[in-house]
Design a protein around this ligand. Structure first.
Ligand code: UT7
Length: 318
């Protein structure tokens, strides 16, 4: 028994904020943001829009594409670091929004690797026969945890959601999946605030050592991509599309170069979406499926890296 992706969906909030607009609020410029990151714009959620709302839009689209009903979904996983509440989980709130009854539902917190983590867990549920269909979503409103006075971080992120439906299959869809974490690097990317006595104590905003994260990301995205390929006896040339986590176009280009994958085979959305953390991979996947670049039977290498530190990869046949 294997699992396959049978439908994808995504959703971006309507409000598009360009670099030029950000430059009116913080000391930055379109030229700096474009040349250092490749980002031109980002979508930001409305004040009343939460991760479960973005997730519901993306999930509906994935379920429609897959042709499945809420009754068929036997597992709901949401990868998010910006949940609606401390509890209940965003997955439970999403389950209720979609009218799915009784399936297990839980969140995965692995920051920008969250979708790859959630996909691996869902694959194991489906392969073990626990359920026939699983809904896997990455949904984030990072705009809520950004310090809008810190130009080093606030220009880098956006909000959005992406989703896939996995179904049991006798042909392999997910050929290999590899996950890693190293908590000793927690300090280079974190949102360290805590809730105590009814108040947030400590720093509630995302903080990052950008250069340390950059170097770490380029190294592990190469290593983990090779690890996933080795498990299925494939070479980089066998990959039709590389979809790494979308944080910085320079990281995407360096990763493709190290892996020996031609830049024309990399799906890039960071220019329009900025970094949407756990949502970035399923957003990019859905975009390339819907614009016809990704075709049935093609092999896609998904790669995530993020706070924790966490990283992972999945080799997926569509
Ligand atoms: O999801 C994973 C999380 N994040 C990432 O993967 C991000 C990884 N890191 C990066 O993408 C890059 O390190 C950044 C884009 C964050 C920064 O690029 P950099 O080339 O490493 O720049 P830097 O941090 O070395 O800063 C260079 C200069 C500094 O000025 P001085 O000290 O040279 O005078 C910064 O103060 O650029 C300045 N700077 C800015 N200037 C204009 C930093 N942010 C900005 C800004 N606008 N937004």
């Amino acid at each position: 028994m294997y699992s396959r992706i049978i439908g994808t969906g995504s959703y971006l909030p309507a409000n598009v904020v360009t670099n030029a607009e950000l430059a009116t609020r913080v000391d930055t410029s379109d030229e700096w943001i474009r040349s250092r990151t490749g980002i031109c714009q980002r979508h930001l959620a409305a004040p009343d829009q939460t991760s479960s709302m973005l997730a519901a839009e993306a999930a509906q689209r994935a379920m429609t594409a897959a042709g499945v009903t809420p009754e068929q979904i036997g597992l709901v996983i949401v990868a998010t670091s910006t949940p609606d509440f401390i509890f209940p989980s965003t997955a439970c709130l999403l389950q209720a929004r979609l009218g799915i009854k009784r399936s297990p539902a839980f969140d995965v917190q692995a920051v920008c690797s969250g979708f790859v983590y959630a996909l691996d867990i869902a694959d194991k549920f489906v392969r073990s026969g626990s359920c026939s269909h699983a809904l896997v979503v990455g949904a984030e409103v990072f705009s809520r945890i950004l310090d809008w006075n810190d130009r080093g971080t606030c220009v880098l992120f956006g909000d959005g959601a992406g989703a896939v439906v996995l179904a049991a299959s006798d042909k392999p869809g997910i050929h290999a999946s590899v996950l890693h974490a190293d908590g000793s690097h927690a300090g280079i990317l974190s949102t360290p605030g805590q809730i105590r006595g009814g108040k947030v104590t400590g720093d509630p905003f995302l903080r990052m050592d950008g250069q340390a994260v950059f170097k770490f990301a380029v190294r592990v995205l190469d290593e983990v991509g090779r690890e996933a390929l080795a498990i299925c006896n494939m070479r980089p040339a066998d990959v039709d599309w590389l979809i790494p986590h979308q944080a910085n176009v320079r990281i995407l280009e360096a990763t493709a170069k190290k892996l020996g994958i031609d830049p024309s085979h990399v799906v890039i959305t960071v220019d329009r979406h900025a970094n949407t953390s756990a949502a970035s991979i399923p957003l990019a996947l859905d975009l390339a499926v819907r614009d016809g670049r990704i075709k049935p039977g093609q092999k896609i290498l998904l790669e995530g890296v993020g706070g924790g530190f966490t990283w992972g990869a999945a080799l997926v046949e569509m």
